[in-house]
Ligand binder design. Structure first.
Ligand code: SF4
Length: 494
């Protein structure tokens, strides 16, 4: 069965997870080159030349295959060039040792693992990121005459890794291995229908491939899906005594059409909006409207408006061709935010606007938006409502917010609880008439997990892994000493 053509289609559905690069590795036993990897910098449609039928067809012809893995990249460390695009392939003369893999997450103990590798003067790392370290860790388990079962290999690397690390791997024997880290920080879904087995970070990619919703399952933390010829097995490689699902997936990162770990992203955002409505205190009159910051806050905004019995209107039109600002590199973030939204005078004139946003990380988008709405000169009031609690600490598990001083909220909170006065000061800084965040307990209620089953470290400063806690201490020290740079970079050893 030819499956490689399915990969670009699946990657398009999870383009929200990264736009820096895209690629795929294909296995074809009828070619001398058993594994071929194609990858480039750019969005999925750019990389796979989807706007040019001839070029797309020619690419697909060159990369036909019976098994394939794909990747879209979102960088939390490393450069933004082709050398960092994935899948990462490691050729070898022995088929079982020749493999490629794609990685989702971030290893919080990467600096220690890197230092360990480089402690041997004979060793060299070509890239400055955790993906290459993972490749060497897998390679080491396969080295010599050892021929471990994939479960043994995963069990061994799992003992050394701290953080979020989901992997999809394909070897030159055509064996596919999909693994989810023991804390389940990042999502992983899979489905089987007849001879077709597929897995993806989000269910939307499987749904749109034609798998019925009821056939799509979450890979449990610490488990691996292994497809070897016609044999499919799901087995545990590590104990998973606690869970730490990243709440930010449901609040912002994931596609709103996805369901992960049996929790719908849309329903979680809808409930977050209902929580905002429950807390609302401003006077509602005939000219009060809710305006979502498109597109991720739309479900929350619509639900909030419905509960308040006021309209949710498109006061901001998003230019859909600029991409997402949060997942872009810092240099272009402000520039893109400036060209990303157009405030609509016809909708906003004379209105008291409740502006709903999914979260405030750095406040780049919010400042630009409020500035542009104010410049219309006709908006009566702007009340900012955030469908998330304040983000006060960095993420070391795969979301690109790695220092405290790049974040908006910590400078206002300074370790103290969120009060009306603090929110008033934040509103003044942004140029809003008022601002309100959700309390932390709204998150668990809205997504449907117990708080202890989630990672909420960027809200609380309590990290679910030892290396995460250690990096947070370093980040706090960096803040007090005024050092710049990612916390990772401060700890990397050469
Ligand atoms: S720190 Fe925040 S963004 Fe990072 S994994 Fe935890 S909850 Fe998610």
């Amino acid at each position: 069965m030819e499956v490689s053509r399915l990969v670009p289609r699946m990657l398009l559905d999870i383009q929200n997870r990264g736009q820096l690069s895209a690629g795929m590795t294909v296995w074809n036993p009828d070619r001398s080159q058993l594994l071929t990897t194609y990858k480039e910098v750019g969005s999925v449609s750019e990389v796979f030349r989807m706007g040019h039928r001839g070029k797309y067809e020619s690419l697909m012809e060159q990369h036909t295959g019976r098994a394939a893995i794909g990747h879209v990249r979102y960088a939390t460390c490393g450069a933004e060039d082709r050398g960092y695009a994935q899948p990462l392939e490691r050729p070898h003369i022995q088929k079982r040792k020749w493999f490629a893999f794609g990685f989702n997450g971030q290893l919080a103990n990467y600096p220690a693992l890197r230092a360990e590798i480089l402690a041997d003067d004979d060793n060299h790392l070509a890239r400055d990121n955790d993906t290459e370290v993972i490749m060497h860790a897998i390679g080491k388990e396969l080295s010599g005459d050892a021929d471990p079962d994939p479960i043994e290999m995963l069990a061994a690397i799992s003992k050394r890794f701290d953080g979020a690390w989901n992997i999809a791997m394909l070897d030159a024997c055509g064996r596919m291995i999909v693994a989810r880290d023991p804390l389940g920080i990042r999502p992983m879904e899979y489905a089987q229908l007849g001879p077709l087995v597929a897995a993806a970070s989000e269910s939307v990619a499987l749904l749109n491939l034609g798998f019925p919703a009821e056939s799509i399952r979450s890979l449990e933390p610490g488990m691996a899906l292994i497809v070897d010829g016609t044999k499919v097995r799901i087995e545990r490689f590590a104990e998973s005594s606690k869970r730490a699902h990243c709440f930010f997936e449901w609040v912002y990162f994931a596609n709103v059409a996805s369901t992960m770990d049996d929790r719908s992203v849309y329903l979680a955002r809808k409930r977050l909006g209902e929580e905002l409505a429950r807390l609302e205190t401003i006077t509602i009159d005939a000219d009060t409207v809710v305006v979502p910051v498109p597109d991720t806050s739309k479900a929350a905004a619509d639900a909030m408006a419905y509960r308040l019995s006021i309209p949710s209107v498109e006061g901001l039109i998003r230019n859909r061709y600029t991409g997402r600002t949060f997942i872009d590199g810092a240099s272009s973030r402000r520039q893109k935010a400036e060209t990303k939204y157009t405030p609509l005078r016809e909708v906003l004139e004379g209105k008291r606007v409740i502006l709903v946003e999914d979260s405030i990380v750095r406040s780049t988008t919010m400042k630009v938006l409020l500035g542009r709405m104010r410049s219309l000169g006709l908006v009566r009031e702007i009340h900012v409502r955030i469908a998330c609690p304040p983000i006060i600490a960095p993420c070391f598990y795969g979301i690109d917010m790695s220092t405290i001083d790049e974040l908006f909220a910590p400078a206002f909170l300074r370790g103290e609880p969120l009060t009306e006065e603090v929110q008033a000061a934040m509103a003044a800084r942004l140029g809003a008439d008022s601002l309100r965040y959700l309390p932390i307990d709204s998150v668990a209620r809205s997504i449907g997990f117990d708080a202890v089953e989630m990672c909420q470290a960027c809200l609380t400063g309590h990290y679910p892994t030892p290396a995460g806690a250690q990096l947070y201490k370093i980040a706090l020290n960096q803040l007090s000493s005024g050092e710049a740079g990612r916390t990772y970079e401060a700890t990397a050893v050469r």
